[in-house]
Design a binder for this molecule. Structure first.
Ligand code: CTP
Ligand code: MG
Length: 416
């Protein structure tokens, strides 16, 4: 498995297929180092970069920030030889992500492995980032890339705000450090590719293998590094507490909102009134049906039952059952409202559209909304009734029948 990963990583090609189409574009690659063991976060649950955070691994969260950034062409992840299975579970088929390469004993060795793997792809610049910083923002990535247009090295950092003390013996303060020139370094650190690769290779050749960030290597190789403003949210997950806090921050509850839809139609026959949305209107025809044939309330009843996936009006009130003959449709709507409540739902909105040539609905709209509010117990501000003609077309246009469409929005208790 490991051998396969290494072999594929040596595949030579363009940084990204886009690069082939647009040779002028500044090619920017990313090395994401994920080969550490995460000892300070505790080893019991596996390496920290593969722990889950809001449904995704820490590594996937980190990589996705670069994957979706237009300024980035390709991503080289560096992993530990023991983590190939973890890696394959965490990332599959991400189009900017190259096959992983295997890291080394120190972070510096892992970065060098990533740079070596990228050499064949000839990027102009490279960002080097810790897998353990999943909260890196698009803005910080873009600002780092921008700065590389003018500078060969870029370091996002934050000014140190706490007063710093020096102590060589542990328990006693020896002195106060002047913090005014001090900065806390972050990643991604950006570099022109060739000089940083050369610096890493030279450091290795000279046995310099313990530098903790790439800016230190650039300083050692005398590559100028420009400071840009870091981001306080771009925290490196180091301890178990960092991971717990990150997990809580990422687990945004998903509100369980359901939208149900309903449709009904009834025939118009000779008569003197219609019931529409719980409101009686004098008319030169009536709607025929088993109950009072109130299409508006029937469509709305179906919309509510649909929101809780609880069948339809026919399954709750079979037309074959004599007890519903001539019944007022209020009872259907009341029943559906009660079913929503029993399922832990709250109705936040109901909307009915009536489609008919006659009667004119406008003058009755508010009376209908008030009737639905009275039947359902939902405030009238959350109930909408509207109407349209069918432009004299079809059976509605010939006034042979009326159609109603409805939607109901229900918020379920708890989260997904
Ligand atoms: N890293 C790496 N190879 C190493 C050591 C570290 O790729 N030999 C990576 C880590 O995976 C991490 C980043 O460098 O994404 C920063 O290192 P750190 O936070 O120290 O992670 P770990 O070394 O894994 O943690 P610890 O030091 O607690 O063991
Ligand atoms: Mg470490």
């Amino acid at each position: 498995m490991v051998m396969q990963a290494i072999r594929v990583a040596q595949h030579v090609g363009s940084c990204h297929s886009k690069g082939m189409e647009n040779a002028v574009k500044h090619q920017v690659a990313v090395v994401i180092v994920a080969a550490g063991r995460g000892e300070r976060a505790g080893l019991a649950d596996g390496p920290k970069q593969y722990r889950m955070m809001g449904g995704q691994s820490v590594l996937a969260c980190t990589v996705s920030q670069f994957q979706r950034c237009a300024a980035i062409d390709c991503i080289q992840v560096v992993i530990h030889a023991d983590d190939v299975d973890h890696y394959n579970t965490a990332l599959t088929d991400w189009d900017k992500v190259l096959p992983p390469t295997i890291g080394g004993r120190t972070r510096q060795e892992s970065v060098r492995a990533g740079l070596n793997a990228l050499e064949a792809h000839t990027p102009e610049s490279v960002l080097i980032h810790d897998a353990a910083r999943p909260f890196v923002s698009q803005n910080l990535i873009e600002r780092t890339v921008m700065a590389l247009h003018t500078d060969p090295g870029v370091l996002p950092a934050l000014p140190v705000v706490n007063t710093l003390k020096r102590s060589s013996k542990g328990d006693f303060v020896e002195g106060t450090v002047d913090r005014c020139q001090l900065h806390a370094a972050q990643t991604p650190q950006g570099f022109h590719f060739k000089p940083i690769l050369a610096a890493h290779q030279q450091a290795e050749a000279l046995g310099q293998t313990e530098m903790t960030d790439d800016s230190a290597i650039a300083e050692w190789a005398e590559i100028p590094v420009r400071l840009i403003e870091g981001d306080a949210k771009n925290k490196k997950l180091t301890t178990a507490q960092d991971l717990n806090e990150a997990q809580m921050a990422m687990e945004t509850p998903i509100v369980d909102v359901r939208v149900g839809h309903g449709y009904d139609t009834h025939q118009l026959v000779p008569g003197d009134h219609v019931w529409l949305c719980g409101h009686r209107i004098e008319h030169n025809a009536t709607l025929s049906g088993h109950s009072d044939a109130d299409v508006g309330l029937h469509a709305l009843t179906d919309a509510l039952l649909s929101a809780i996936a609880d069948g339809d009006i026919g399954s709750h009130f079979p037309p074959s059952d004599e007890q519903w003959k001539g019944a007022r449709s209020d009872i259907f709507l009341k029943h559906a409202v009660s079913r929503v409540g029993q399922c832990g739902g709250t109705i936040t909105h109901m909307d009915v559209t009536l489609i008919c040539e006659q009667p004119k609905i406008g003058p009755h709209r508010d009376a209908m909304r008030a009737a639905i509010a009275a039947i359902s117990g939902v405030v009238v501000e959350r109930i909408s009734v509207k109407a349209t003609t069918n432009e004299r077309m079809g059976f509605i246009g010939r006034e042979e029948g009326i159609v109603a469409l409805a939607t109901a929005t229900v918020v379920m208790r708890g989260t997904l």
